[in-house]
Design a protein around this ligand. Structure first.
Ligand SMILES: Cc1ncc(COP(=O)(O)O)c(C=O)c1O
Length: 420
């Protein structure tokens, strides 16, 4: 490999075709999906129930509802926790939009809290200052597969009589103090979309150990019904609700993948160990951490570029994008995960979701301030990060991880060749 960067016509560090797509598909996936198709029970069929039971057993939850997305499961969580008109829900300033839009979908008001730079998760030490008499719940996100320090969050919630919702959409198998994400709070959501460690194409789970929350979630998931959707629906809308249930075909695919999930997580850990070896001592990188008591699932290997050492503090985004492009050109798929922190996104900046400023304009809501200078850590993170997602997962193994690390190293040792 020469030192001419691939973006300038040099040889790629990772040869074409070396990185295989996610998720691996084998005979089990094919057989289960075809069997579901041929069984003609396309919605509340046997795979849907089995998927719920098997995920409950795998994750350690009492009640599980399979949903058609993680977003749907989050909306069920917020509603099940009784957050409604004028109530405030604390959310991190850096996450996927659904972590905050689920709040406004329930007529409640998100209150953003800055993140901790090292963990990239909500800064637990800032939560208490954001609590007001209107706060009803704390929604934490186990971002990129690193669990939030849940004992601290639960202690705060208990002191203030709040509910805790875990957005574990990226958190399959992540642990804190040996306990899995999605088993700490009052309820939690998981996603099973294409990118997730448990991929069913689309889908998710609403999980809880609380029977009352489960019944509420179930009702909200299927038209506000109080009866089981099958075999005896009542077709009566008892509450403001939606259609969030999953189906048999998606569940068949999800079950096939769930059987392989623990093995996937083991291989990803091996890959990350090799990647880390390759990135050791590479200049201008701030590598992700796995603090003591945390078991990372490495859903997303997020690197920050050290703009101070690169001398690009004044134009971090241009330099970040130049580095991302150069690393991609080496055959290392990487991208900035989000371009904006949540309070900078239009719907929150405008404080208008449904027109007429609703839900912020409700007479039951207190004014909230989303001035961006309150979130300097999230902003710095946003402007300097990139992520490796699928390439570090099976079927790719340590040999691919080593190539990925070498591709990144090649670019980072030749940053003087790049112009933002
Ligand atoms: C942190 C987080 N929350 C929520 C979601 C929403 O999940 P879904 O795409 O299944 O609706 C995602 C999906 O990317 C996510 O990453």
């Amino acid at each position: 490999m020469g030192t001419k960067l691939a973006i300038h016509g040099g040889e790629k560090a990772v040869p074409e075709g070396a990185v295989q797509p996610w998720p691996p598909i084998d005979a089990v996936d094919r057989e289960m999906v075809v069997a579901s198709l041929e069984a003609h029970e396309h919605v509340f069929g046997p795979n849907l129930n089995a998927f719920q039971e098997e995920f409950a057993a795998w994750n350690g939850n009492k009640y599980v509802l399979a949903t058609n997305s993680g977003t749907a499961a989050l909306q069920m969580c917020v509603a099940a926790c009784g957050c409604g008109v004028g109530d405030e829900v604390i959310v991190p300033a850096w996450s996927w939009p659904s972590s905050a839009s689920c709040v406004i979908h329930n007529d409640a008001i998100p209150v953003f809290v800055d993140i901790d730079f090292d963990t990239m998760n909500i800064d637990v030490n800032r939560i208490e200052a954001a609590i007001t008499p209107k706060t009803k719940a704390i929604l934490v996100v186990h971002l990129h597969g690193l669990a939030v320090a849940m004992d601290k969050v639960m202690a705060i919630a208990e002191r203030h009589g709040l509910k805790v919702i875990e957005d574990a959409c990226q958190g399959h198998g992540a642990t804190y103090r040996g306990r899995k994400a999605g088993t700490w709070g009052h309820c939690a959501s998981f996603s099973c979309n294409q990118n997730k460690l448990l991929c069913a194409g689309e889908g998710g789970f609403f999980v809880t150990d609380d029977e009352a929350l489960f019944e509420k979630g179930k009702m909200l998931g299927v038209f506000g019904e109080t009866r089981d959707p099958a075999p005896d629906p009542g077709y009566h809308n008892y509450a403001m609700a939606c259609k969030y249930n999953s189906n048999d075909l998606v569940s068949a695919f999800g079950r096939a993948q769930l059987g392989k999930l623990s093995g996937y997580l083991d291989l990803i850990r091996e890959n990350v160990t090799v990647l880390r070896e390759e990135l050791d001592g590479v200049p201008h990188l701030i590598l992700p951490v796995e603090p003591e008591n945390h078991g990372h699932n490495w859903y997303n290997y997020t690197i920050r570029f050290d703009m101070a050492s690169l001398g690009h503090q004044d134009n971090p985004v241009a330099m970040r994008d130049a580095l991302i492009a150069a690393i991609n050109a080496e055959g290392v798929p990487n991208a900035a995960w989000q371009q904006f922190i949540l309070p900078a996104m239009t719907v929150f900046r405008a404080q208008d979701a449904y027109g007429q400023g609703h839900p912020w304009s409700s007479p039951h809501a207190a004014p909230v301030d989303y001035s961006l200078d309150q979130y300097p850590v999230a902003q710095r993170h946003c402007e300097t990060h990139t992520c490796l997602v699928m390439a570090i997962r099976p079927p790719n193994g340590p040999e691919v991880a080593r190539l990925l690390g070498r591709g990144i190293r090649k670019v980072m040792k030749n940053t003087d060749m790049l112009t933002p």
